[in-house]
Structures are given as C-alpha cells and as structure tokens.
Design a protein around this ligand. Sequence first.
Ligand SMILES: C[C@@H](O)[C@H](NC(=O)OP(=O)(O)OC[C@H]1O[C@@H](n2cnc3c(N)ncnc32)[C@H](O)[C@@H]1O)C(=O)O
Ligand SMILES: [Fe+2]
Length: 544
Amino acid sequence: MRILGIEGTAWAASAALCDTEADRIFIESDPYEPESGGIHPREAAEHMADAIPAVIDTVLQHAIETAPSATTGPAIDAVAFSRGPGLGPCLRIVGTAARSASKSLNVPLVGVNHMVAHLEVGRHFAGFDSPVCLNASGANAHLLGYHNGRYRVLGETMDTGVGNAIDKFTRHVGWSHPGGPKVERAAANGSFIDLPYVVKGMDFSFSGIMSAAKQAADDGEAIEDICFSLQEHIFGMLTEVTERALSLTGTDELVLGGGVGQNARLREMLATMCEARGAQFYAPEPRFLQDNAGMIALLGAKMLAAGDTMAIEDSAIDPNFRPDQVPVTWRDSEESVARTPGSENALRGAEAVVTYHDTAAGSVPGPIARKQRVTKQYRHPELEASLRTTRTAAEARLTSDARRVGVPTPIVWDVDTHTATIDFQYVGDTDLAENLTKRHVKTIGTHLATLHNNGIVHGDPTTRNVRTGPEKTYLIDFGLGFHTAHIEDHAMDLHVFKQSIGGTAEDPEPLYAAVEAGYRSVGTAAVLDRLRTIESRGRYQPHS
Ligand SMILES: C[C@@H](O)[C@H](NC(=O)OP(=O)(O)OC[C@H]1O[C@@H](n2cnc3c(N)ncnc32)[C@H](O)[C@@H]1O)C(=O)O
Ligand SMILES: [Fe+2]
C-alpha cells in the first residue's frame, strides 16, 4: 500500500509517501519561518499556498521513481491529509490540495487527526500494544490512552500548549521563532531558580510559570538560569502527570509525540521515570516528532486498510478537531490502555511507597499504612526536595482538615517531613478503581461537595485515591490539596475525578451521572455549571 500524506496545520508544509510493503517513508518538508514574532495565521497560510504544491510534486516525482515496475505513474492508493487541529487558513489550503490530488489520482481520501498521528507514529515504531502517549507539541500537551474504541484524554493542559508556552517566553526576550530549541541550548549553562509548578491530577497549567519567567527576565535574572529552570519545572510537570497516567491505567508502555519531544531533557526525564518503574519508553526520531507528513501518511495507511475513507463532500477541515472525537477504526475495540485491575503493575503508585504494619504500638490501636514519598530521580534535586516537603505537610494537614468537616479519611498518626513519611490509620478494603460502582462514585460526589463547601480542594481525586469499605468510602492522598473558595478549583476537582473514571471504566456515562447526582445533593449548582464550561472548553488554542 502506498499513501500520499499531506500536512500543513501550522508551520510545516509537508508531503510524504508511506510505502507499507517497502516499509519506507519518504518526507519532503518546507518550514515557515516567521521573520519576527510568532506564527501569523495569514503569513502561515500564504506559505502553505506557495509550498504545499511544491512538496507534493517532489513526493509524486519520488513515487513515480519508486513505483513497482509493472505499474505506470506514481502508484498511489490513497491521499491522507491533516484535517485538524490547526490554523483554519492553513488547514483550508491543505484540504483543497488533498481533495484535488485525490481527484486527479482517482484514489480515496483519508482525513487524519494530527494529534492522533503524533501518537500513532510512536506506537507504530515502538511496536507497543496499548501505551499511554504523551503528546508534547506546539499547540497541545496531553496524555492519551486507548479505551472503548477511542483515544481518551487522560490529562491535558488547562491553558496553552507546551511549545507555545515556551515560545511566548522567548518572544518576550526577543528571540526568533521557534524558541524551544534556543531554550534548550541556553539551559545548558543555567542553574536552578524557583518557579511556579502546577499540576492538578493529570491536568496541568503553564500560565503561572510563563508570567513568572517573563517577570524574572524583566527583573534581570540571568536568561540561562530562567531557561534551565523553565525546562526543569515544565518537563518535571509533564513527567509527573505521565507517571500518574501510567499508575492509574496500570500500563507499562509510554510513547512520546510532538515537536517538543525533540528536547533531550524531556526525553531524559521520561526515560528516567520509566526506568524507575520498570516501564518501557519509546520516542520516535526527530523527523517523526516535529510536524511532518510522514506520520499523516502512516496513519492514513492504517485507516485505509480499515476502510476508513471519506467522501469529498464530507471532508471539511476542523480547526478544533480533538483526538477523543476520532472513531478509532484501525484498532481492535477490545484493546485497552487499562490493565486488568489487581494485576501486578496496577498497584505501583505514582509517588510513594506504602507499607502495611499490623502491630499496634503506643497510642496507635490498629494496623497502619506507612506512606513514604520516594525521591524522583528525574526531577531537579531542589525542586524535588521542596515538593516532597510541601506535599507531605499538605497531605497530613488536609487529611485531618477533611476529616474534621465530616469526610471519611484515615486518621493521621504521625508525620515526618524530613523523611517525607506519614503513618495513617489503615482504611478500606480496596481501591475504588477495582470496585467502580455507581454507589461509591456517588458517595465521592457528596464527599467532594462537602470538602468544597468547606473551602478544601483535594487536588488529585482519582479512582486510585479512594478506598472503599463496607460502611465508608474514604478519600486519601491529599498531597496536591489546598484551601480555596474559588469555584474554578472546585469544578476542576470534579473534572479530574470524572476524567479518571473515563480513563478506565467500561461504561462511564452512568458513573458520571452518579458523581454529579451526589455532588448536587450537597454542593452548589455554580460548581456544576462551571464544570460544564470546563468540559466544553476546546483546549486547542491557536498559535498566538
Ligand atoms: C496542531 C499542530 O499544528 C501543532 N503542531 C506544532 O505545534 O508543531 P510541532 O512540530 O508538533 O511542535 C513545534 C513546537 O516544538 C518546539 N520545539 C522544537 N524543538 C524543541 C526543543 N528542542 N525543545 C523544546 N521545544 C522544541 C517548538 O518551539 C514549537 O513550539 C500541534 O501538534 O500541536
Ligand atoms: Fe504537531
């Protein structure tokens, strides 16, 4: 099978030939390099209009030269193109070029989601069954896992894409686009300064750190120190949420996708994290990480084989095309990123080791669960030390605060912030992840509402952070918790919980309804309204 791929969502005007029999991908790209500032949509579209026909011609020429001897012409079986997400004016040019190539070659048209292509290229070369994928690209940053016929978004940025965030900083200091590689070079000579570090479950945000970095530059802080620390914080956040996704799903395979994936420090952190937990890590070579038509042609081949083609009249582009909107026709619907609950991998926590002790001692009447935060080798030692201490202290404090307002949590028997160890009362029989019932999730809805009514945010309410018992359903793991009256933070808590259900449940809808029913019975309607807003927010933000 031989597929012509066309890519042009933002900066790379690219065409490719994927030849599945020869197991070869030929790519021809022409990047748009803005003279000043970031990517201007109109200039980018002008670049596409100039460059797309030329890269297609080069690839068709190559196709003719490599065509099987018995055939005439380029011997192409389908045309695959990036339908989105991306900049509307660029996508329209790609769409038009793809439709006309499909007509003139008289072959079917395949519409590809650019973010799913970033993921599939890694999965293809890694040979993994059902990995978690971290897409770290210009306009996006998210974790994907296949479940029930779709790629689920397990976690994502709450504001800008990771590349855009870094590029905005470099623009502020007057460097040309793209800024990512320049930050990487400058970081080589930098040392650590403290910047904001924001993760919420498997979601994360860059707005705070970007303003702080710009402010630091205005204040005369050494630029290489800011670059170094930006990388340490941003990639530390991405690696942390990725580990949480591995832990939650129980999978032990990770693939990396997207242009920022070319960064050596990010790859090093992910590799270190995976090694420590015995997971396999794969990052494609740079030409398949940055935007390229090779990944579009490769996924196009898989889609064509599954009969997933589209009529010209249905081939409209979609600038906000989300990866979870794609029906995944080329994979077996039985496959899943989620490992069987209770299997050996599923029990490996993301940040701490928990040991159980039966013997009562001193004032402690029953069995205890001793939780010790392990040092993460991937994180910068200073950042690691401060996170370990603040999270241990927050966990002890908020676990008790929650209990005091009537939410079942374990009693805290002892805290040692130096060794990052907490002794808890042993509670419950199983994790909610292994016992995901409507009754339990509804109870958690009421627990979250009670916390929020009292100004407490859990910060990481996933199905692995709930212990279920015959009488009570306990919330544990308050390490990312804090006190706030902000509705947005309360709604995010609910969102994180629903996302964790969506990542692993067979039939999540009735469970979502139960969570919300529980919440509604105790909490305020404004939080549920805000949840709707969060859920409807298209997280894709154009390059700006
Ligand atoms: C929708 C689509 O248009 C978009 N594609 C995109 O943004 O191009 P991509 O090639 O995946 O990523 C480009 C980003 O990757 C960053 N980048 C490239 N090399 C880097 C490096 N060594 N370190 C950090 N960032 C790097 C650039 O600064 C830029 O922000 C996307 O995938 O989100
Ligand atoms: Fe991309």
